[in-house]
Design a binder for this molecule. Structure first.
Ligand code: GGG
Length: 351
């Protein structure tokens, strides 16, 4: 049976990097002997401007039929407010398909300089709760546009929602260095994060071999910059995970590198894979977007689909290209164009 993949290139550089991801995916399918059935979806800000919605209700039913979804980027802030585009596409997909784990590996790639002194070899996986928390969408605005305006945005943690994310993080930590960092802000937010910390402490009793450290998220951000090698698996809420993983991406050397897997571990729904970066309107249309985050997203997708050998081969080829340092896009100090990086990776795959 072919793997059925739904593609949502989205906006800006999403439309430039997703075709590159498909090129490497198709090459890997030929080399590793699996079949693909790829369906393209137009959901984006351009679709919104034409139809008044980022994606129609029927799209959920159509996308549900796929084994996995590969998404580029969402956002065209000059034409559509960012909260309309993000909350009209990516966030509802995460919530409707119960993609409650957002998994983001962060490690520097060979040969690429990082902003950190001595280029330390950190290797972290972030587990971000992806279905509720600060992005639950609960809240409202009162007396809008008046001097007495009030805006409320409520963090929603359910015990079940926190526990399943935390348990996933422990299961991952036990397979790695057995160290789990729990990032909250429970000194300032005495309800939601205190319950989160309690759940972590309860689940920890089932994993006596995992060393758990509780951090305030601001202190963890400082530690990420000072000495990221001390971290192994980090578990965090939706907002805190979003912020920490962009910081970690910058520490890798460019936001053009990291990818994330939005997982429904039970496989009731298709999981969704994406580069961490956004639509980058400042460089869109120039053909210089870094496609590595998209290759990495393809690698995470292949691993999830059970094609671990293909995923490994892809990342080895990417790392061989970065180690040589000849074919790099401008965000990494090079002059290569997006398609040239794909050609270099395909050449490495052929070697
Ligand atoms: N690659 C998808 C994308 O456009 N991400 C931009 C973004 O703002 N993401 C926020 C999030 O991951 O919650």
């Amino acid at each position: 049976m072919p793997y059925s993949i739904g593609l949502i290139p989205g906006d800006g550089i999403g439309t430039e990097v997703i075709p590159e991801g498909v090129r490497v995916l198709e090459a890997l399918a030929a080399w590793f002997g699996f079949d693909l059935q790829i369906t393209d979806y137009p959901y984006s800000c351009a679709y919104y401007l034409e139809h008044g919605t980022m994606m129609p209700e029927a799209a959920f039913e159509a996308l549900k039929q796929h084994d996995a979804i590969l998404l580029g980027a969402v956002g065209d802030p000059r034409r559509v407010p960012d909260h309309v585009s993000l909350r009209g596409l990516l966030v509802p997909l995460r919530q409707r398909f119960d993609l409650y784990i957002n998994l983001r590996p962060a490690r520097p790639l060979p040969g690429l300089p990082t902003p950190l002194k001595g280029n330390p070899a950190f290797d972290i996986v972030f587990v971000r709760e992806n279905s509720e928390g600060e992005y639950a969408g609960a809240g409202g605005r009162l007396r809008q546009g008046t001097p007495d305006e009030v805006a409320l945005q409520t963090t929603v943690f359910t015990r079940k929602g926190v526990e399943r994310a935390v348990r996933y993080a422990f299961d991952l930590a036990i397979k790695r260095q057995k160290r789990l960092a729990n990032a909250t802000k429970s000194n300032a937010m005495q309800y939601a994060f205190v319950m989160w910390d309690e759940v972590v402490a309860e689940v920890a009793r089932e994993y006596p071999d995992v060393e758990v450290t509780r951090y305030h998220a601001d202190a963890l951000a400082a530690m990420l910059v000072r000495d990221p090698t001390r971290l192994d698996v980090v578990v965090a809420s939706n907002l805190i995970g979003d912020l920490l993983t962009d910081l970690a991406g910058a520490l890798q050397g460019s936001l053009g590198l990291p990818a994330s897997a939005n997982l429904n571990p039970e496989r009731t729904y298709p999981s969704l894979f994406e580069p961490v970066h956004g639509s980058a309107p400042d460089i869109a249309g120039q053909g210089i977007a870094n496609p590595i985050a998209t290759y990495w997203a393809v690698g995470l997708m292949l691993e999830f689909l059970g094609e671990a050998a293909a995923a490994r081969a892809l990342m080895q080829a990417v790392e061989a290209v970065t180690a040589e340092g000849r074919v790099l896009t401008p965000d990494l100090g090079g002059t290569a164009r997006t398609g040239e990086v794909t050609r270099a990776v395909l050449e490495k795959l052929e070697e």
